[in-house]
Design a protein around this ligand. Structure first.
Ligand code: GSH
Length: 250
């Protein structure tokens, strides 16, 4: 845990890869899920993005997630890292890519849909309070994703109808869970009540299915952490960004 700027860089872990991230970061969570799908043992190193050490700022501009390999190379960017994990640990866990090339193309074509929902959510949260135009855009995206699930998933659980989650599920989860975490949070009345999750039973089922996967239990971002963060966000001015801080409940 890198709680503040004074913490020195930990020595290289020669036994396993180390993932620099943060409990709340949706990009780091994607990588943790991809590693867990492939049953990879890795070390977690959570960094306080509000008070970054110099050494972290010097690696790839102080972003997360970063994957430090046992030989010392550092890889960055969640999509790149997910692909790296998929290709490097072929013989363990399960693949997060469907075997059919057309389905893989569809998966890659559909990631922007998850990202557009996330952007719509950031616009909603940044206002701190209900605003019809932003919420309309968010709910339209939610509906589009619900229709995608209806049209593509026979099991009505994962996005491409697969038995195990794919990279699309991982992207979708990271983007859908954040707005869903406003349920029972300080933004419940202000925001959650205006989100049309009650009309999106497939999405809710999907979120719960991801949260129930045994291989993800140790690495999923927790509700308690999001609720604490949202409390902090509520005390700040609209439009300001609250850096992912430490320590935080987890
Ligand atoms: N494209 C990058 C985006 C990663 C990203 O935006 N990470 C945020 C944290 S969630 C970050 O490092 N922000 C730098 C900061 O807050 O100082 C990826 O997919 O990994």
């Amino acid at each position: 845990m890198i709680n503040d700027a004074s913490v020195p860089r930990p020595p290289l872990n020669k036994a396993m890869p180390r993932l620099y991230g943060h409990f709340l970061c949706p990009y780091a969570e994607r990588v943790r899920l991809a590693l867990s799908a492939r049953n990879v043992k890795f070390e977690r190193c959570e960094i306080n993005l509000k008070d970054k050490p110099q050494w972290h700022q010097e690696i790839e501009g102080g972003t997360i997630p970063l994957l430090e390999l046992p030989a010392g190379e550092i890889l960055k960017d969640s999509k790149v890292l997910m692909e790296y994990v998929e290709e490097t640990y072929k013989n363990q866990g399960y693949s997060t890519l469907p075997p059919d090339a057309k389905l893989r193309a569809k998966l890659r074509m559909s990631i922007p849909l998850a990202e557009s929902l996330f952007s719509a959510w950031i616009a909603v949260l940044s206002l701190r309070t209900y605003s019809e135009p932003e919420m309309k855009i968010f709910n339209a995206k939610l509906k589009e994703i619900e229709s995608f699930l209806k049209d593509n998933s026979i099991t009505a659980q994962f996005f491409l109808g697969t038995a195990n989650p794919t990279q699309l599920d991982i992207h979708m989860y990271a983007c859908l869970s954040r707005p869903y975490f406003t349920k029972n949070s300080v933004f419940h009345d202000e925001l959650f009540k205006h989100m049309h999750f009650e009309e999106c039973e497939r999405i809710v089922k999907f979120i719960k299915a991801m949260q129930a996967r045994p291989e993800f239990q140790a690495v999923l971002s927790k509700e308690i952490t999001h609720h604490e963060y949202l409390k902090e966000v509520k005390t700040t001015a609209p439009g300001t960004k609250v850096a992912l801080y430490l320590p935080i409940a987890h």
